[in-house]
Ligand binder design. Sequence first.
Ligand code: SF4
Ligand code: SF4
Length: 340
Amino acid sequence: MTVPLSQMWTVATYVLQQKLKGQARYPLVLMLEPLFRCNLACAGCGKIQYPAHILKRHLTVEQCLQAVEECGAPMVSIPGGEPLMYPEIGPLVKELVVRKKYIYLCTNAILLKEKLEEGMFAPSKYLSFSIHMDGPRQEHDESVCREGVYDEAVEGIKEALRRGFRVTTNTTLFEGASPLRMRQFFDEMMDLGVEGMMISPGYSYSKAPDQEHFLRRQRANELFSTMLARAKRRWRFNQSPLFLQFLMGKQDFECTPWGNPTYNLFGWQRPCYLLQEGYASTFQELMETTRWDQYGRKSGNPKCRDCMVHCGYEATAVDHTFSSWRGFRDSVVATVTGRL
Ligand code: SF4
Ligand code: SF4
């Protein structure tokens, strides 16, 4: 199973329409955070450090749908916190499917089997579970600071696949990751039958308890180059091949923070999913009043210097694919040959 053609077509036509309209800045994936609470406390997490009264709160389905409408992006990623702890997750997903949005529900999968058995979700080409898997068993359990979570996530993946759902994985890599072990992990995920994998270096959230293990840019390039050298044909990545080349240091991209705008309890977060430099009350206000020139590598902003996270650069890679023949050719060649 791979990304449905209808999804590729929807994204390609959407990007081309934006280009034809001369839209310099457009959203590609809405990052919708309905809540911040979680049933894990990972060392590299920058989302769960809010005070208890904030962690107790969540958005209403109406607020979520209003944000989806305002933004207009063809894809909606639902991270958190843990979205399966959001009491309205079933109705929200149903409404998004009705609106033909391609949904990536990002979950640590601890509750996945239980929710599937309750019949909370129905399989759809629009819905994909994106399972948090930070590497093989030992690495993953260390990363999420709890033993046994890898096995629970694998159970959740098997159950979702057995019931006909689309399942992908998302992996955040930190300093000390072993390229060899990660290559074995890619094989394991493919053996399980997941549709595709997403990989990204972690962002050094100032609030995260573990500050030592975030990857700096050059180290990230070295790690990803070794890990993805002679990538196996059977590995399927749910990402633009140009983004993977960027991680390997073969493409020099600038960040596109408006590509993955973030909406949560506080409103539209400036400028991106990772930084919190104020909030706008509408999507239009976010786009029109954010000082975009203060972000990205060229801005010299130290908070952006080492960032290579997919929420800033995947949209750049997709835009590059449709901006020049070279970008298009590079993308097609990498997709067809599997060579990065
Ligand atoms: S599972 Fe995700 S949201 Fe929960 S603590 Fe870990 S990184 Fe944070
Ligand atoms: S470089 Fe990273 S931290 Fe800076 S704006 Fe882009 S996504 Fe956000």
